[in-house]
Structures are given as structure tokens and as C-alpha cells.
Write a protein that binds this ligand. Structure first.
Ligand code: AMP
Ligand code: TRP
Length: 335
């Protein structure tokens, strides 16, 4: 039964094929939530423009296509959930502009992800755009345009959702309570570490495993993973508690955890065999996903049909909210 009172919204930037971190940290939750709530999932191409510029923007469209195939193969059902591309519902850009009038600049400058980004950009002498500062304001517009109250994301997005709540509170205080305060929703695995074992799994750090690669490529990627750095030879006993491959077994081989632990600490299993077990586990978990993805990819118009229907349905909700906002803010179309 669908709980119509609760609406779920989430988005991902179209950076191409998704990786295990995206799946375990967010997408898996999206699939579960659509059984109970009205869910709206968006490929946020305008957000992508904060770090794709000039010639690289030609990748946005193919990236959207690849990402939507991943969503659908993972179980997002367009008959249950609304799936669309952010810029196809341009009302969000108007709401972004209106929200930017009620958002203090100081709040945006304090967002930790923004501060990290500035630090990186200073190192490479890049310019910080006006749009980048407003990144969380556009996220807020995404969420509240649909009056969503639940936002399933990975841990890295929490500061943005917190800021969205503050913007909503301020807006509601100024213009009357029209928006619910959105709540974030984490999965059981909100932060997946990459193959380097140190940082979060991320495409830009090249420490990731894409969902859509072949079983052989999966073996190859996993073979390159870092394990316990103290364990140099096969006969050295390992310490699973500091080994990233062991932590990945938690997701892919939960029933083998105890056995692997006890064999690793007495050097009865080496890292090579251990990694084979991990990639077998990953391949097994993704078998159905990969088959379905191939089948969907062979239907040439399917993704664009899903997206155009999604945009049409999203747009009718968006237009209602926007006219309500304009009315409250004193700039409705009737004079
Ligand atoms: P991104 O590709 O960075 O736009 O992320 C899309 C979604 O996946 C967001 O909800 C992120 O929080 C989540 N996500 C990305 N990387 C990871 C990771 N390594 N662990 C857990 N969640 C992640
Ligand atoms: N910033 C999010 C990310 O990088 C993507 C995003 C854009 C989003 N708008 C959103 C997530 C609204 C949740 C709700 O992953």
C-alpha cells in the first residue's frame, strides 16, 4: 500500500555508470522505498554543470543514459516511481532563484563540502563559480518543489539536507508554512570505502567498482585492492579489522565472514584467495542486475520514454508548487 502522505525525493549527478558505493549507500534504499511511498528520482544535470564545463558537457547526455539504465536494472520501477531529468522541469531553476533570496550567504559558506571544494580548487587555481556556492540551494529547490519529506542519500550528503531544512524553516517563517522539513534517510551502509581502503569509494578517485562491468573485470579490479598493509607474505597472519577487503565481505559475503576472519588471522587464507572470494560474492550479487541491464540497453527508446513521461508528471506537481510560492512571495502572475 502506498503511503501518499510521505513523498520521497532523491537525485544523483549524471557522472555515468554507478559504482558499488552509490548502490549500497543510496540506490538500494530507493528501490525499497518505492514499495511504500510516492518516490521521485531525478538525474540532476544542472548540478553537474558545477564541475563539468565547456567541451566536457557533451558527456552529460550519455552519462544520464548510462545512469538511468543502472537505476532501472537495480529495480527502480517507472510505474511506481517518477524518474526524470532535472532540467526537463525548468521550474526548479526559478524556485532556486527565489530561494536564493532567502538564504544567507554565511550559511552556504559554512557547508563542509563547499569548504573542501574551495580548498581543492585553490590548489589547482580554478575559479569558484556563483553556481557552486548555491549548490545546496538548488538541492533544496529540487526537494521542496515536490514537497518531499524524506530524502534517501549517502552520508556525504547530510550537511546539504541539514541546510535544506534550515532554508525551509526560514521560508516557512517568512511566508507561511507551505513546505515540510525534509529528513534524510541513510542505508545500513552509508559510507563505502574505495579499493584503496582509505577514502570513500568514488569515481573521481578511481577506487571504485562499477556495477555494470563484467565478472572478469570485477576480478581484475578487486585483485588491485589494498589489504592489511602489514601483511607482506602469504604466511604472515593478517589483521582483518584493518583490511578493506574484509570490510567489503560484510556486504557481499555476510555468511562467510567468521570463516574468513578465523582463516586470515592464522594465515590459512592468503590475500589472493580472499580477493577471489570477494569478487565471486560481488558477481553473484550483481548477476541479475547485469542481465537486466543488458536487456534494457537493447531497447533503444526505453530510457527516453521513461524520462519524458517522468518529466511530464513531475512538471504538473512543480507548476502547482511554484505558483503557490510566487503567490506567497508577492510575485504571482496576476496583477
Ligand atoms: P554521487 O555520485 O556522488 O552524486 O552520489 C550519488 C549518491 O550515492 C549519493 O546519495 C551519495 O551519498 C551516494 N554515495 C556516493 N558514494 C558513496 C559511497 N562511497 N558510500 C556510500 N554512499 C555513496
Ligand atoms: N548532491 C547530490 C549528490 O551529489 C545530488 C542531489 C541533487 C540530490 N539534488 C538532490 C540528492 C536532492 C538528494 C536530494 O549526490
Amino acid at each position: 500500500m502506498t503511503d501518499k502522505k510521505n513523498r520521497v525525493f532523491s537525485g544523483m549527478r549524471p557522472s555515468g555508470r554507478l559504482h558499488l558505493g552509490n548502490y549500497l549507500g543510496a540506490l538500494r534504499n530507493w528501490v525499497v522505498l518505492q514499495e511504500t511511498f510516492q518516490c521521485i528520482y531525478c538525474a540532476v544535470d544542472v548540478h553537474a554543470l558545477t564541475d563539468m564545463q565547456g567541451n566536457s558537457t557533451k558527456d552529460i547526455k550519455p552519462n544520464i543514459h548510462e545512469m538511468i539504465l543502472d537505476w532501472l536494472a537495480a529495480g527502480i520501477n517507472p510505474e511506481k516511481s517518477l524518474v526524470f531529468v532535472q532540467s526537463h522541469v525548468p521550474e526548479v531553476m526559478i524556485l532556486h532563484s527565489l530561494l536564493s533570496m532567502v538564504t544567507p550567504l554565511g550559511w552556504l559558506m559554512r557547508v563542509p563540502t563547499f569548504k573542501d571544494k574551495i580548498r581543492q580548487m585553490e590548489e589547482t587555481e580554478e575559479n569558484v563559480s556563483y553556481g557552486l556556492v548555491g549548490y545546496p540551494v538548488l538541492m533544496t529547490a529540487d526537494i521542496i518543489l515536490y514537497k518531499a519529506n524524506t530524502v534517501p542519500v549517502g552520508e556525504d550528503q547530510l550537511p546539504h539536507i541539514e541546510l535544506a531544512r534550515e532554508i525551509v524553516r526560514r521560508f516557512n517563517n517568512m511566508y507561511g508554512k507551505i513546505f515540510p522539513e525534509p529528513q534524510s534517510k541513510l542505508t545500513e551502509h552509508p559510507l563505502i570505502r574505495g579499493l584503496d581502503g582509505k577514502q570513500k569509494m568514488s569515481k573521481s578517485l578511481n577506487n571504485h567498482i562499477e556495477l555494470a562491468i563484467s565478472p572478469e573485470e570485477t576480478h581484475k579490479r578487486v585483485r588491485g585492492a589494498f589489504t592489511d598493509p602489514q601483511r607482506l607474505k602469504k604466511d604472515d597472519p593478517g589483521n582483518p579489522l584493518i583490511c578493506n577487503v574484509y570490510s567489503l565481505h560484510k556486504y557481499f559475503n555476510p555468511d562467510k565472514l567468521d570463516e574468513i576472519y578465523s582463516r586470515c588471522v592464522v594465515a590459512d587464507i592468503g590475500c589472493v584467495e580472499d580477493k577471489e572470494i570477494l569478487s565471486d560474492g560481488i558477481n553473484e550479487m550483481l548477476r541479475e542486475f547485469r542481465e537486466k541491464r543488458e536487456e534494457l540497453a537493447s531497447r533503444p527508446k526505453y530510457v527516453s520514454e521513461v524520462l519524458s513521461e517522468g518529466a511530464e508528471r513531475a512538471r504538473s506537481i512543480a507548476q502547482q508548487t511554484l505558483s503557490e510560492v510566487r503567490e506567497r512571495m508577492g510575485i504571482s502572475q496576476s496583477i
